[in-house]
Design a binder for this molecule. Structure first.
Ligand code: 8DG
Length: 172
């Protein structure tokens, strides 16, 4: 699996190519915007729980649970964006684990028509997560019960994959 190394700068994903490096050094071939998300676990080496966050906006997505993260800004690398978003939203610094490959070219996960997401495992190295921005509640989920919250629809395949990675497929 790709390591969580330094990434190139990117503003959109570009669907042409087949690797995460392509997604991370896109040439803006489509209007699809790149989003990054962190599957934050309690311990990267021996995970037992994963953090979920409940969105507050926009109204169409409010109340849905998701992975902390957000859009990659123009001229920003995906990994810088992920660290920035997690710090802004939860007030914590993280250490990244493996990339969680998605099904699209560039190893991204589809989020409707307008967004694609790169996902990494992560653990907190400084601070205690709090719903500072964009969320009104955080919840640690047992890895065997990842479906305990109402995930945004686009997150369900990601959660399924994470459950398989953790060796405990989520209950339906
Ligand atoms: N962060 C995140 N966004 C997700 C997930 N699932 C999902 O469908 N999305 C959607 C919601 C949004 O339409 C889009 C990401 O936008 P965002 O609102 O999180 O990005 P952001 O924090 O940079 O927000 P903003 O500054 O543009 O307001 O992707 C997920 O697990 N995490």
């Amino acid at each position: 699996m790709p390591r969580a190394g330094a990434g190139g700068q990117v503003g959109s994903t570009g669907r042409c190519c087949g690797t995460i490096d392509d997604a991370m050094s896109s040439t803006h071939q489509t209007p699809v915007r790149l989003v990054v998300g962190a599957a934050i676990v309690d311990d990267l080496e021996r995970p037992t729980r994963m953090l979920s966050a409940r969105r507050t906006e926009p109204s169409a997505l409010a109340g849905g649970w998701e992975l902390p993260g957000g859009k990659v800004d123009e001229g920003e690398s995906p990994l810088s964006a992920l660290h920035r978003e997690v710090l802004e939203e939860l007030g914590v610094r993280i250490r990244l684990g493996v990339h969680v490959p998605g099904p699209l070219p560039g190893s991204t996960w589809p989020l409707g028509d307008r967004f694609e997401m790169l996902v990494w495992l992560a653990e907190v190295v400084e601070g205690v997560p709090a719903p500072i921005e964009d969320h009104d509640e955080l919840r640690w989920l047992d890895l065997g019960d990842l479906r305990a919250v109402g995930w945004l629809p686009a997150d369900l395949p990601i959660v399924e994959r994470l459950g398989a990675m953790f060796g405990s497929p989520p209950r339906s």
